[in-house]
Design a protein around this ligand. Structure first.
Ligand code: VG1
Ligand code: CO
Length: 549
């Protein structure tokens, strides 16, 4: 094999964020940008020689080109085999599944997830380790350090591999196996859920569902699972063909961006023909989910709590849960369930990489984030289609609507009224200034009364990993009130333009008579307090959030 050494120089700014490296497509298209980062990944991997790498992405613009580059570099760097999804497609949870099932050394997933795609959109790349999960910070920091000293990248001069056809070919002696991107994942999901009972529900004339793939990666998965294996009518899947620019949309499954689905689910009328009984959507790379009932949206934090409380109704979790974990800004609804079940509930920083060690150690079975991510120990990523099947399984067993299941949950456990306000694309200096302004107040806030609010705690969240002892600091400002309410402030680690400020608001309501109060109304005093403490409007110039979930 003739390995070419291509001289290069370090490129600044290649530090992975919450979930891999995300930049504008135009940045990734700069000469050497992708190759430098890929080489930095490969240089951080000891023992990769002759090993298997999994490779695929969410099908967005630049996906196919990047795959060809990475295949050549993998060969030059000594991998023995690469498993690549047909047409370059692999959803994030499917990649995790394939890495685990095939005993791969690791995987590279090409995605900027919920960020828009297309020539002017975003691109992203992340490395997953042999457990199938996102590389922990120790590895992402080693990759970043490599980018700062990069002097050469390794490649081979070989023609493109035909990604349209399944089968094995050779790139400079390395085997490239183009695999079915759906089969392994669908087979795994079939072992966890009662496909018989879900199929009966989906085929019954009195029930209808819509799954909105948002022109992103889950289209082929939804077709195979909901339509082919479970027999749902073809119309059950919307926007099911992956497009390089996601049809111009923003593939983030929330009520603002999943417009097509919301229009259908909010239709007036009380039959399956007017508004379907069940709706769901998934994001760019298929790891997020939104669950919607007829004119009723399930808050992701509530969804996690409902799944935990009902897990025994589902075959894969019939033996019960070992424990649960949630990211820090996620509401404490699941904590209440864990209390009742008598199991541990872990609180981790934002990002799925922090769940990996807990899952590997057998400490937890279910994990979730307020950002529409839920998953379990079946893979090491959050899993959108998995969450939809879990909910369908519950609806099939309980014979109740989505709304009835959630209201019953609130009745039992009380309601953690919850919302996240995002201020997207704000000036980075203003956002950093806002966080610094909050940090200097941390020592003096506890004990203060601001209006009606009695502040009892204030800190910057730090986390020590239970398994490897690694410490992550500055993970978000938490402000707690005497009545159990909470405000969290953090800056996004996935954006590509300016800064995104996220404000997470939570209040516990035990009184069932007040569970119907609209969320933003119930949280109004906290919303005002957040602005007062952080000076959001004054510092960012924004009077309203860009997105409310
Ligand atoms: C966001 C979410 C976080 C999620 C991450 C990746 O991160 O808040 O919960 O794990 O996206 O999700 P941030 O740093 O922007 O808040 V995905 O589906 O975009 O890979
Ligand atoms: Co995603």
């Amino acid at each position: 094999m003739n390995v070419e050494r291509v001289p290069t120089q370090p490129i600044p700014g290649q530090r992975p964020g919450t979930s891999g490296l995300r930049k504008k497509v135009t940045v990734f298209q700069q000469p050497g940008y992708l190759a430098n980062f890929v080489q930095a990944i490969f240089d951080s991997l000891d023992g990769k020689e002759g090993q298997t790498l999994v490779l695929g992405g969410d099908g967005r613009y630049f996906n196919d080109q990047a795959i060809q580059t990475i295949l050549r570099m993998a060969a030059a760097n000594g991998f023995g085999r690469v498993l690549v999804g047909q047409h370059g497609i692999l959803s994030t949870p499917a990649a995790s599944c394939v890495i685990r099932k095939r005993g791969a050394f690791g995987g590279i997933i090409l995605s900027a997830s919920h960020n828009p795609g297309g020539p002017d959109g975003d691109f992203g790349i992340k490395y997953n380790t042999g457990n199938g999960g996102p590389a922990p910070e120790k590895i992402t920091e080693a990759i970043y350090a490599n980018t700062l000293t990069m002097a050469r990248t390794l490649t081979v001069a070989t023609p493109d591999v035909d990604l349209a056809v399944q089968g094995t070919s050779l790139v400079a002696g390395m085997a490239v196996e183009v695999i079915d991107p759906v089969a392994d994942h669908a087979d795994l999901l079939a072992t966890l859920f009662d496909f018989g009972q879900i199929g009966t529900l989906l085929r019954s004339p009195g029930f209808s569902m819509r799954f909105d793939a948002m022109h992103a990666v889950t289209g082929p998965y939804a077709h195979e699972i909901f339509i082919k294996r479970l027999g749902a009518p073809a119309a059950s899947v919307m926007n099911g063909i992956p497009l390089p620019d996601f049809g111009g949309g923003h593939p983030d499954p929330n009520p603002t961006y999943a417009e097509d689905l919301m229009k259908v689910m909010n239709a007036e009328g009380s039959t399956s023909e007017t508004a379907p009984d069940f709706g769901a959507a998934s994001d760019g790379d298929g790891d997020r989910n939104m669950i919607v009932g007829r004119r009723f949206v399930v808050t992701p934090s509530d969804s996690l709590a409902v799944l935990a409380a009902n897990a025994r109704l589902v075959p894969g979790y019939a033996a019960g849960l070992k424990g649960v974990a949630r990211s820090m800004p996620t509401s404490a609804a699941v904590d209440r369930v864990a209390d009742v079940l008598g199991i541990n509930c872990f609180e981790t920083p934002t990002g799925w990489k922090f769940f990996g060690n807990l899952l590997d150690a057998g400490e937890v079975t279910l994990c979730g984030e307020e950002s529409a991510g839920t998953g379990s120990d079946h893979v090491r990523e959050k899993d959108g289609v998995w969450a939809v099947l879990f909910w369908l399984n519950l609806v099939a067993v309980r014979g109740e609507s989505v709304e009835a299941i959630v209201r019953d949950h609130w009745q039992r456990f009380g309601r953690n009224v919850y919302s996240r306000h995002d201020y997207e694309g704000v000036d980075a200096a203003a956002a950093n200034g806002l966080m610094a302004h909050l940090r200097v107040q941390l020592a003096t806030l506890p004990g203060q009364r601001v209006g009606d609010a009695h502040i009892t705690s204030a800190d910057d969240f730090a986390y020590t990993d239970l398994v490897d002892g690694s410490v992550s600091t500055a993970q978000g400002i938490r402000i707690g009130l005497a009545d159990g309410s909470r405000i969290v402030f953090r800056l996004s680690g996935t954006g590509t333009e300016g800064a995104t400020l996220r404000v997470y608001l939570e209040r516990y309501e035990a009184d069932a008579a007040k569970h119907g109060v609209p969320t933003q109304e119930a949280l109004a005093p906290l919303i005002m307090l957040a602005d007062r403490l952080a000076g959001i409007a004054a510092r960012t110039g924004r009077k309203q959030p860009t997105v409310i979930t």
